[in-house]
Design a protein. Sequence first.
Length: 122
Amino acid sequence: MPFYFQPTMGGSDLNGDRALSSYQDYRFRAPNVMFARAAFEHSLWKLPLGFTAMADYGKVALTRGDLDFDHLRHSFSAGFTVRGENIPQLWILFAWGGHEGTHTIGYVNPNLLGGTPRPSLF
């Protein structure tokens, strides 16, 4: 597989999915990826606003045997959501913890943009 089609972690990947948000886009690339996320999102006082917090952990490796729980990369993010139909539709997040800086992220639910989403590249 060409390197530019390999799965990535860090920022957003080729499909626009966020993983390890405090890193630059496509920061880590290899044929094998292990990723875990713990997330919490809650509305505030029955308003269309909410609060969210996330912790991401992941690792990339050339072989499956190299994937383990030692030296996982990590990233934390917290911020606010705007809810529509009781589902978060807009996220404004601040991400930190990756030892390579911080990021402020704005993300819109792709279903709000109309049309069909782009097919996955994997």
